[in-house]
Design a protein around this ligand. Structure first.
Ligand SMILES: *[C@@H]1O[C@H](CO)[C@@H](O)[C@H](O)[C@H]1NC(C)=O
Ligand SMILES: *[C@@H]1O[C@H](CO)[C@@H](O)[C@H](O)[C@H]1NC(C)=O
Ligand SMILES: *[C@@H]1O[C@H](CO)[C@@H](O)[C@H](O)[C@H]1NC(C)=O
Ligand SMILES: *[C@@H]1O[C@H](CO)[C@@H](O)[C@H](O)[C@H]1NC(C)=O
Ligand SMILES: *[C@@H]1O[C@H](CO)[C@@H](O)[C@H](O)[C@H]1NC(C)=O
Length: 453
């Protein structure tokens, strides 16, 4: 690997270098606008606050992070699209020009499909090691040489690998001696809402975002197709779906190879913003604020996070790994997007704060910090953080650093739980729910198993 690839790889995780790698003149970095297909980057601040600046008179006494797995190889379905597109290109007789001149020589970058599809990529390994090391530094006081660290993972290969690699970053050479991964199964009838993927046991859960996404596709894709098709002379006719695929490839190829994909150079800023908005529509109406019951799946888990922040247990940091849908469900329940106008499927809502690129990129995470403050604002507070950016809670941000008083935040979360009703009811399940003790505080449950990093 040469120096520029290394620099680029570093740019995937550090804000400083990310600016260097951003697209030429302006500071539009395409890799920060690909929704769920963006490699990890720190979200821009919407509050003007820096996570590393703790308000004076306050100290962070507990923090809980729930994260998507890190950057990965494509799933088999997506990879089939890559290989079909590649074959189509190879079968055609054509010349491509300008930004597309690489097209004939393009081939999918997955070297060993059998071993790699659906697994974390090397870029993902880097993101996790950085994540572990960053949290160790951010919360130095939470670790003593006697400490052990248990992190949680949804029972799926790439989320388990994410938890393991995180521990290597957090504990370094002591990962195997002091680290444990608690694997939480979401398909055990005893788990229900008490897992990192409650939608797996909810018959009423449906991702119904297609109509919104399709409506927007018909608006934003045709002009891009028309522009790009002009770069091709010959019998290769592109389709709208291949435009979207080219943007997806920009994200995936860049994090897989550690070099900026040639696909990234094909797209103009406004075109990428259209693609990003498409992702926002998918998440908002699929399992976010615009999805009713399907957007409510992580409300109980949020209740568990908040309850842990206020219990007597003195361990300072908890970390859990799951998938994009759950991160979106959790982010949508936090209160930071309450009252947000519904996304318009015909026009980009420029003023939105709900942006999937800033919420569910690869390794995207939601964190709650408990701050204990003295002096004028003595008391317990919660800071809500999405990908290292502080997001004030709507209607509860008058604490230090726009935080919300812990007690008020608990009430806000309880109100949401009451509004949605019990998991059994809203999922159309019969019978009584098993007695619920959050896996965050009780590992001794039938659907939790422990493994080493
Ligand atoms: C490419 O050509 C081969 C051989 O003619 C054919 O089997 C295949 O279906 C074609 N693939 C695509 C995607 O056009
Ligand atoms: C941490 O784990 C080690 C090895 O399993 C064990 O001997 C030690 O007692 C644990 N420490 C704490 C504080 O639980
Ligand atoms: C949530 O929606 C997104 C976008 O449609 C999708 O990628 C994800 O798989 C969905 N999650 C679940 C649990 O269905
Ligand atoms: C953003 O604009 C939409 C109309 O496009 C409006 O309904 C909404 O209230 C605005 N939101 C904010 C936060 O200004
Ligand atoms: C719940 O019970 C009702 C009435 O007995 C029945 O119609 C329905 O199919 C049951 N639902 C499930 C998910 O078992």
């Amino acid at each position: 690997m040469n120096i520029s690839s290394l620099l680029f790889l570093a740019s995937l995780s550090t804000p400083l270098a990310a600016a260097e790698a951003s697209d030429s003149k302006k500071d539009f970095n395409i890799l920060h606008h690909l929704g769920g297909n963006s490699p990890w980057f720190p979200a821009p601040s919407i509050s003007g606050l820096d996570i590393n600046t703790i308000p004076s008179d306050c100290k962070v006494s507990k923090a809980i992070y729930t994260s998507r797995h890190a950057s990965r190889f494509p799933d088999p379905g997506a990879y089939n699209e890559w290989t079909t597109f590649h074959q189509k290109i190879q079968n055609a007789t054509f010349e491509a020009h300008g930004e597309l001149s690489f097209l004939k020589s393009w081939k999918p970058v997955v070297e060993y499909p059998t071993e790699q599809l659906a697994q974390l990529s090397i870029g993902g390994w880097g993101e996790l090691f950085n994540f572990g090391a960053t949290l160790r530094r951010r919360y130095l006081a939470f670790w003593t040489p006697e400490s052990n660290k248990t992190v949680f993972a949804n029972n799926y290969p790439r989320t388990i690998s994410s938890a393991q690699l995180f521990l290597h970053g957090y504990l370094g050479p002591q990962a195997s001696a002091h680290g444990t991964v608690a694997v939480v199964t979401s398909s055990n009838p005893l788990s229900l809402s008490n897992s990192l993927a409650p939608s797996d046991l909810c018959p009423m859960y449906h991702d119904n975002s297609d109509p919104w996404a399709t409506q927007w596709d018909a608006i934003y894709l045709p002009p891009i197709l028309e522009r790009v098709q002009k770069l091709i002379k010959g019998d290769l006719k592109l389709q709208q779906s291949e435009i979207a695929l080219g943007m997806y490839l920009c994200g995936f190829e860049s994090q897989i190879t550690g070099k900026k994909s040639e696909w990234c150079g094909v797209w103009r800023e406004q075109e990428v913003r259209g693609y990003e908005y498409r992702q926002d529509l998918r998440y908002w109406y699929g399992n976010g604020s615009g999805a009713g019951v399907s957007g409510s799946m992580m409300v109980e888990y949020l209740g568990d996070m908040v309850a842990w922040l206020d219990n007597g247990e003195d361990e300072g940091l908890k970390v859990a790994f799951t998938h994009d849908g759950q991160i979106n469900q959790l982010a949508s329940a936090l209160g930071v997007f309450d009252g947000h106008a519904a996304l318009n499927p015909r026009k980009i809502m420029e003023n939105r704060t709900y942006k999937s690129s800033n919420i569910t990129p690869m390794r995207g995470n939601v964190a709650l910090e408990r701050m204990d403050c003295t002096g004028k604002a003595a008391g317990k507070y919660v800071r809500v953080i999405l990908n290292d950016a502080v997001y004030p809670v709507v209607g509860c941000q008058d604490g230090p650093g726009k935080s919300c008083e812990l007690e008020k935040y608990q009430a806000l979360v309880k109100e949401k739980m009451d509004k949605f009703g019990s998991f059994q009811e809203r999922c159309g399940l019969n019978g009584t729910a098993p007695v619920r003790k959050s896996f965050l505080v009780d590992l001794d449950q039938a659907f939790v198993s422990l493994i080493k990093p």
